[in-house]
Design a protein around this ligand. Structure first.
Ligand code: GLC
Ligand code: CA
Length: 576
């Protein structure tokens, strides 16, 4: 591995030609992922090197030194493989290549090399539940006859009713509308139906087919051979469907498909675990402690923990945590439940507040009306807070999260304090769920707006051309990285301070001990050498003498302060 200086990393590294690139260096047994802070890059919106308005891999390479400086351990890249982009890349047409809008495989190899030289690991988003309808396998399935081996890689079924014109069962798409689409057979007559739990351009694979399993193990090796440190596994609770594809019969208390505790028959089936055991064995053949992280929307946490048993994945996103309000009692119980559930299987808990599917937590945690999480926000939404007013609470929540033992996930832009963009015009929206619900759900575009790097310029340094695949708000410059770097009290410097202290004090590996008898709304605990006090209530509380203040989410609260205002979290060391 070449030693390169952060600032010149991008320029100095030649593209590696050979496969079997090693992962980032790890001492054997380090289990780096137990403590890692992993930064999610959404490639479309991170940084655009060629000025076409869509972020790309060369842009990411340019931005990596800033992430190393921030102090994260790894980056996870949302999908950049060949795709018609019907679901922003979560619809893959070729799992072994880079989409031309993002660059080339050579760019990817260079990205891995630059990241590793900066001490950052690289995690790739793998989408195994479904492919794009442009995938050659699906095209072959459409061209082939019912009952053919080509159709058997997906879930084609005859329709119900005498003419087969009703879908095979009652399943609904997560994005709205039905989960089945009917095809025309070669002779032009209406034919079979295929299952798509998401958009109709995202046909679900049949994971009971050994050919599908072999294909994905080969895809894993393809990226592992290039030095990839691990995979974030998309819809990791979805690949196996209940045998016979029965109708979903929700409990009377449950609402929509998959919205509550009860899994629909296409989620949370036990059969998925054998797949991850096999993948675990593939990763074990490689050096450098490669990892799998599950996107598994199952509850409760004790069930989610099955995805991270010792012979399966290493991490799972803690969605019950991201779904918890800014409320001391609720936070305490989800933290306890997380540590217990993951601890019971020997896995670290993870913590996450934002990602590319959720309303940004700056905005979300301050929503006063019925919280429309998952549906997105737009002009018809009520209760949207002013960004400046909401930022304090978001910073307090992040300051709390980054003290918790285990791994943490950051979503690009949260370190800048970006709010959700809530006024995107309908014409600009791209999320398929907006269209599949006829605009009833705004969808996820509001958290996907490109990042501001510079305070000025048409696209605030996202690129030089001013083009942007989603419009950037006119005041986006005030959140720019350059406007916050080195500025005391900025959100960026707060994150950098917290990440540094977290590492210095080994918080990820320490035990958490609660301080009882706090005032209502106050959360207080000690992790290793650091005591954390958070005020989720609406009145100032007295700050007990737990030690000297080393970090505060609110710059106006400094060492020696006697009061902790609402929506502030502080870290203290060396109990007085
Ligand atoms: C996951 C992704 C989401 C995507 C969906 C379908 O939930 O995070 O962005 O739309 O899977 O692949
Ligand atoms: Ca571009």
């Amino acid at each position: 591995m070449t030693e390169i200086h952060a600032a010149s990393a991008a320029a100095d590294v030649a593209a590696p030609a050979s496969h079997r690139t090693p992962a980032a260096p790890t001492a054997p047994g380090d289990q780096w992922w137990r403590s890692a802070v992993i930064y999610q890059i959404y490639p479309r919106s991170f940084r655009d090197a060629n000025g076409d308005g869509i972020g790309d891999l060369p842009g990411i390479i340019d931005g990596l030194p800033a992430l190393a400086h921030l102090g994260v351990d790894a980056v996870w890249l949302s999908p950049f493989m060949t795709s018609p982009q019907r679901d922003a890349g979560y619809d893959v047409a070729d799992y072994r290549d880079v989409d031309p809008i993002f660059g080339t495989l050579a760019d990817y190899d260079r990205l891995v090399e630059v990241a590793h030289a900066l001490g950052l690991r690289v995690i790739v988003d793998l989408v195994p539940n479904h492919s794009s309808s442009d995938h050659p396998w699906f095209q072959a399935a459409l061209a082939a006859a019912p009952g053919s081996p080509e159709r058997a890689r997906y879930l084609f079924r005859d329709g119900r009713g005498p003419a087969g014109d009703e879908p095979p069962n009652n399943w609904e798409s997560v994005f709205g509308g039905g989960a089945w689409t009917r095809v025309s057979e070669a002779d032009g007559t209406p034919g079979q139906w295929y299952l798509h739990v998401f958009d109709s351009t995202q046909p679900d694979f049949d994971w009971t087919n050994p050919e599908v399993r072999a294909e994905f193990e080969d895809i894993l090796r393809f990226w592992l051979d290039r030095g990839t440190d691990g995979f974030r596994v998309d819809v990791a609770h979805g690949m196996i469907k209940e045998e016979g594809l029965p109708d979903f019969v929700p409990n009377p208390s449950e609402g929509s498909m998959g919205g509550g505790e009860q899994d629909p028959p296409f989620f949370g089936q036990d059969g998925v675990h054998e797949i991850y055991r096999a993948w675990h064995r593939v990763l074990e053949e490689y050096d450098g402690e490669r990892v799998l992280c599950a996107e598994a929307w199952v509850s409760p946490l004790s069930r989610m923990a099955r995805w991270v048993r010792p012979d399966e994945m290493q991490q799972a996103f803690n969605f019950p945590y991201s779904g918890t309000d800014w409320d001391a009692a609720a936070l305490r119980s989800v933290i306890d439940e997380s540590l217990e559930a993951f601890g019971a299987v020997g896995a670290p808990s993870t913590w996450v507040l934002s990602n590319h599917d959720l309303v940004r937590h700056t905005t979300r945690l301050s929503l006063t009306a019925e919280n429309p999480q998952g549906a997105g926000l737009g002009p018809r939404s009520v209760g949207i807070p002013e960004p400046d007013q909401a930022l304090g609470r978001a910073r307090a929540a992040s300051t709390l999260m980054l003290a918790l033992p285990g791994g943490a996930y950051l979503y690009q832009g949260e370190e800048l304090g970006l709010p959700e963009v809530t006024d995107l015009p309908d014409e600009a929206r791209q999320d398929p769920s907006f269209f599949r619900t006829n605009g009833e759900r705004y969808g996820r575009d509001g958290c996907r707006v490109p990042l501001p790097w510079e305070a000025t310029g048409a696209a605030f340094g996202f690129n030089d051309s001013g083009a942007s695949w989603l419009p950037m708000p006119g005041d986006w410059g005030r959140y720019a990285r350059s406007a916050q770097a080195g500025v005391e009290g900025s959100t960026l410097e707060l994150y950098r301070t917290l990440l540094g202290l977290r590492r210095e004090h080994g918080l990820a590996h320490a035990d958490l001990v609660w301080h009882e008898d706090q005032e209502a709304g106050v959360l207080a605990f000690t992790v290793g050498a650091v005591t954390v006090v958070a005020n989720t209530g609406s009145n100032p509380v007295s700050l007990p003498g737990y030690g000297s203040l080393v970090a505060s989410s609110d710059p106006s609260v400094s060492d020696g302060a006697e009061l902790l205002p609402p929506d502030v979290t502080v870290w203290l060391t060396g109990a007085a």
